[in-house]
Design a protein. Structure first.
Length: 334
């Protein structure tokens, strides 16, 4: 009965989030060096704008908006899956090293190979996958337990942060500047070439993650209970981890390491839907909404090419992490 009551709430919240995301997206495309009205943006999107507004909307602003939506959704679903599998709200790719592994792969390409944007994206993807394999191998002992995954991931993450700092110190001034700019994470200067890979990954992998939503909820009950209910535990966990890792790596490859979204969006989605189970659809919509809203606020406050959105999400994420840890500490003491 509880599940039946939760589902309509989740559906209503998902519709609300989708409407908010659409409206905020239209508002986001009205801001910039050349202000436009919502009506002008809508007319241009439907093919009724002049050549100037079409260039501004479809070439300059629409790719940035779509990338924010795709990256936010990918990170949120990745974080939701990993938090559910680990049974820990800290089980996000930011904390357990997958994002830093993607950054290491990208830095190796920037510093050692002097590669272009496509090579950097491939390096980030390879780095994220390699880090996930290392963390999984070190954490595996008769299965992957949530607490062990978190502890190993935090240790690997610390080593990767050190490695990234070392790579920057050994780079030339130009490469170090490019590496540091990429490490901040942002949507500035991104175009359609960055959108295509992440769009393909999202369109393929999000339905897979959503399709495994029921099995993911059963895995939270424990392996024995899930097996008793017919869930192939190891195969399901392997598929879900692979989906989460690739989503995180592709998102990081497209926009750089953007923190906070993967950590907070799944937990906020649970609070919004008042559900104890993973709500991946709402998590995806909320992750997209958070990143679009953060980017809009940054552009309103600092201009079109001002502060990268990764700085803003990192600052908010640090405050959220402190609140999360303090609330758990107070709850444990009580």
């Amino acid at each position: 009965m509880t599940a039946l009551r939760e589902r309509p709430v989740a559906i209503r919240r998902a519709i609300l989030l989708a409407v908010l995301l659409f409206g905020l997206g239209l508002v986001s495309m009205t801001t910039g060096d050349y202000p436009m009205s919502v009506l002008d943006v809508a007319k241009t999107l439907f093919g009724f704008g002049d050549a100037g507004t079409e260039f501004i909307v479809t070439t300059l602003r629409l790719p940035r908006l779509l990338l924010a939506v795709l990256v936010g959704a990918a990170l949120a679903v990745s974080g939701g899956v990993l938090q559910s599998l680990s049974g820990n709200p800290l089980g996000s790719p930011d904390v357990i090293g997958f994002t830093h592994g993607s950054a290491t792969g990208a830095l190796l390409v920037i510093v050692l190979a002097h590669g272009g944007s496509g090579d950097i994206a491939l390096g980030a993807l390879a780095g994220g996958i390699a880090t996930a394999l290392v963390v999984g191998a070190l954490a595996f002992r008769r299965g992957v337990q949530g607490h062990r995954l978190i502890l190993v991931g935090i240790g690997v993450s610390a080593m990767l942060v050190s490695a990234n700092s070392y790579l920057i110190t050994r780079a030339s001034v130009q490469d170090a500047y490019a590496a540091q700019a990429w490490l901040v994470g942002g949507l500035n200067g991104r175009g359609w070439e960055q959108i295509v890979p992440v769009a393909v990954a999202v369109l393929v992998l999000l339905p897979v993650a959503f399709g495994y939503g029921r099995q993911l909820a059963l895995l939270e009950m424990g392996d024995d209970s899930a097996k008793g209910l017919g869930v192939p535990v190891e195969r399901t966990r392997g598929v879900l981890i692979a989906v989460a890792v690739v989503l995180c790596a592709v998102a990081t490859a497209a926009a750089g390491p953007i923190s906070f979204v993967a950590l907070a969006a799944p937990q906020l989605a649970k609070r919004l839907t008042r559900s104890a189970k993973p709500v991946l659809v709402c998590s995806a919509l909320l992750g997209a909404l958070l990143l679009v809203a953060s980017d809009l606020l940054i552009r309103l406050g600092f201009g079109e090419d001002g502060l990268p959105v990764g700085i803003a999400t990192g600052a908010v994420g640090g405050l959220y992490l402190m609140w999360l840890l303090s609330s758990h500490w107070r709850r444990d003491r009580g």
